[in-house]
Design a protein around this ligand. Structure first.
Ligand code: HEM
Length: 314
């Protein structure tokens, strides 16, 4: 085919020729083109319900729930945010790509991404980045945690938007490191402590982080036990052939160096004590700070009035 010509239903049309009638857009075309699907709050509730149902059905994992690892996925997709450059954060779902998916900190999160894949297949209109944060808030609510307000608006982005390695916290470090990481996201000391309360849930795996064990005796129920245990138990270094971590007297529970930093540090300790005393206070602050974490760096078109709390499963 020569330049300047192209085929249309096997006729050759010269570009200088008058536009054939069949090419012209009818004046009422706007009425005839089906509008793009715009999901409503009810549509997102259906996604929430599908995740909640999968959590219920698929209980043959770890301590009986994918909930903790779903929360970790939402957090690791968001915790890459950098306030100064406005890069990273949950917008983009760039952990889908090897550079970021293979970062040491993200080891094991494929389990959570795979768990959500059938939900993505059932609701192909939702972006991965919205799905991952929605999965995390669903997990918290279904594990008895507080309501977390959420709004959609994240877009999936290509591999060039992957975050550099090293933006997530290193559990072997102390309070200076914690502040460095979380201040970069825009959080303060109280918010660092509230967010850390997520370690009421889940466990460490030797084949993922190298650390081992759960923080609490109820790792699939959200409570303020993490704070109570930090204060009430005696934490000693575990003598083992693994990374330095703490254990309680009974050797059933663990704490990371970054967890124990919260009671060693003056600025953090008062918040640990407050949350240990009052689960309601912890839940209220956790709800607020997690919502903020999941919105970092997202260029929402909607205002805060678009935030919604999803109905829990019965
Ligand atoms: C304060 C700095 C933090 C450090 C150093 C840290 C470190 C870790 C490590 C080493 C693990 C074990 C991973 C594994 O081996 O499977 C883990 C698990 C977990 N983290 Fe954190 N984390 C931090 C903050 C957070 C925050 C802010 C959240 C959520 C808001 C969170 C939620 C979780 C959950 C739910 C798990 C359990 C995952 C599972 O059971 O598979 N963490 N964290």
């Amino acid at each position: 085919m020569r330049a300047g010509y192209y085929a249309f239903r096997s006729n050759i049309v010269h570009l200088d020729a008058p536009i054939p009638e069949s090419f012209k857009v009818p004046s009422d075309a706007r009425l005839k083109i089906p509008s793009v699907f715009t999901p409503t709050t009810q549509d997102y509730q259906k996604v929430y319900d599908a995740i909640a149902q999968r959590l219920l059905d698929d209980d043959d994992y770890d301590d009986g729930s994918y909930g903790p690892v779903l929360l970790r996925l939402g957090w690791h997709s968001s915790g890459t945010y950098d306030n100064l450059t406005n890069t990273g954060g949950s917008n983009g779902a760039t952990m889908r790509f090897p550079p970021e998916g293979d970062h040491g900190a993200n080891a094991g999160l494929k389990a959570a991404r795979d768990f959500l894949e059938p939900v993505k297949k059932s609701f192909p209109w939702i972006t991965y980045s919205d799905l991952w944060t929605l999965g995390a808030i669903c997990a918290i609510q279904e594990m008895g945690g507080p309501d977390i307000a959420w709004r959609p608006g994240r877009a999936d982005r290509d591999v060039s938007y992957c975050s550099p390695d090293g933006r997530l916290p290193d559990a072997s470090k102390g309070s200076d490191h914690l502040r460095g990481i979380f201040y970069r996201m825009g959080f303060n000391d109280q918010e660092i402590v509230a967010l850390s309360g997520a370690h009421a849930l889940g466990r460490c795996h030797t084949d993922r982080s190298g650390f081992e064990g759960p923080w609490t005796l109820s790792p699939i129920t959200m409570t303020n036990d993490y704070f109570k245990l930090l204060i009430e138990e005696e934490w000693d270094w575990r003598n083992w052939n693994g990374p330095r971590q703490y254990q309680d007297k009974t050797k059933t529970l663990m704490m990371l160096p970054t967890d124990v930093a919260l009671i060693k540090d003056e600025g953090f300790r008062s918040h640990v004590q407050r949350y240990a005393k009052d689960q309601g206070e912890f839940f209220a602050d956790f709800s607020q700070v997690l919502m903020t974490l999941f919105e970092l760096g997202v260029p929402f078109e909607s205002g805060v009035e678009a935030r919604n709390v999803f109905k829990r499963s019965e």
